[in-house]
Design a protein around this ligand. Structure first.
Ligand code: NAD
Length: 350
């Protein structure tokens, strides 16, 4: 087993010295979700054998849409299972790399009674997966963390900045990421870990309640969208193919344990998003002004120095192009599906 040859990096939590071969037999948790399904497509294109695990039941419309491109691929095995109760020893057996994306996302609903589900799926399920992976010969775990772990920061967030999530969702993502690091630090654990702090992800298949999806849908349907606060809150939006590229790079990066930001390279206001939505669809975006929401931080912005150095990551899709691709995908959906996406509550997920 490789062990670290360098101690904590001065830019964040990074231990180097563990390079791993490219993944060949992989497990993707949360595979029927927005980002997980894009990752499944990319892994299959690269020749991996993919075990796609998600608790969404067979026949779930979202899962069917998200996995449509890959569902008949001979190297894909789809397993419907809840990580909280599944026999994970059996599932991870024979797998070399785990991409752990399963989680209950969304800031706003994390304040409510659903919080138990956040604890179970984001923390307890992560611990179960780590415990099973320790005895299964897994080489690398790549975990989807979130910019939500940061809370309010004055400038671009760096990995070694103090964390301070201001939503229950962010608390669970921080706990999950810390669990990954704690397991990777055990001398008897064979796997290395990379936790990626994704900054707001958008693109085709984005969860319906998320801001860019709702703004584009409202432009396409000429129906109003809620604008929380004054519209000056800033977000670093990241196109989904860039997120996938970073996630794939994390599978082979030379690290024993690392936490790395993945962002789109620019932070923009919601008012700018409304303007871009108008530009790419050619339609105005009617808005309803609503009060600022608890848990929404004023700005997110990623320092990408570590991602560039360790993952060779450079965001390649700019916001205008990405929103045009996202809008084209929404416009291509059958009317009924597009309308059903409009009904979801607006989330503030990061
Ligand atoms: N979308 C973003 O902007 C964003 C930003 C930061 C971090 N993330 C993280 O990226 C990951 C993927 O996010 P997404 O936007 O694709 O979300 P998503 O909701 O589309 O996908 C998550 C999937 O996980 C599955 N899941 C949840 N709990 C499970 C459990 N207990 N057992 C099995 N499956 C379970 C869900 O059924 C769902 O299909 C999450 O970990 C999320 O916290 C997302």
């Amino acid at each position: 087993m490789d062990r670290p040859v360098e101690s904590a990096d001065d830019r964040g939590t990074v231990l180097t010295g563990t390079s791993v071969e490219g993944p060949t037999r992989v497990m993707v948790t949360g595979a029927a979700g927005f980002i997980g399904s894009h990752l499944v497509d990319a892994l299959l294109e690269r020749g991996a054998h993919v075990l796609a695990v998600d608790r969404r039941p067979p026949g779930d419309v979202t899962a069917a849409v998200n996995l449509a491109q890959s569902i008949d691929h001979p190297c894909l095995r789809v397993v419907t299972a809840d990580l909280l109760t599944a026999d994970l020893d059996e599932l991870v057996s024979g797998v070399d790399t785990v991409f752990h994306l399963a989680a209950v996302p969304g800031v706003r609903t994390s304040w409510g009674p659903q919080f138990t589900d956040y604890i179970n799926s984001n923390i307890v399920a992560t611990q179960r997966l780590l415990a099973a992976s320790g005895t299964a010969g897994i080489r690398r775990i790549v975990m989807a963390s979130s910019s939500s772990v940061y809370g309010e920061t004055p400038g671009p967030s760096r990995e070694h900045d103090p964390t301070g999530p201001i939503s229950p969702y962010g608390v669970t993502k921080l706990a999950a990421e810390q669990l990954c690091l704690a397991y990777a630090a055990r001398p008897d654990v064979p796997f290395s870990v990379v936790a990626l702090r994704y900054f707001t992800v958008y693109g085709p298949r984005q969860r319906p309640g998320m801001a860019i999806s709702q703004v584009l849908l409202s432009a396409l349907n000429e129906s109003p969208v809620p604008l929380y606060g004054d519209g000056h809150q800033r977000r670093e939006f990241t196109y989904v193919s860039d997120i996938v590229a970073a996630t794939l790079a994390a599978a082979t990066a030379d690290v024993r344990a690392a936490v790395i930001n993945v962002g789109g390279g620019a932070s923009v206001t919601m008012l700018e998003i409304l303007g871009l939505a108008r530009d790419v669809t050619g339609n105005p975006v009617p808005i309803i002004h609503c009060a600022e929401q608890a848990g929404d931080i004023p700005a997110t912005e990623a320092d990408l120095t570590l991602a560039r150095r360790i993952l060779g990551y450079h965001p390649s899709v700019d916001l205008r192009d990405g929103m045009a691709l996202h809008a084209a995908w929404l416009a291509s959906l059958p009317d009924e599906q597009r309308r059903s996406r409009l009904l979801g509550p607006l989330e503030a997920t990061r």
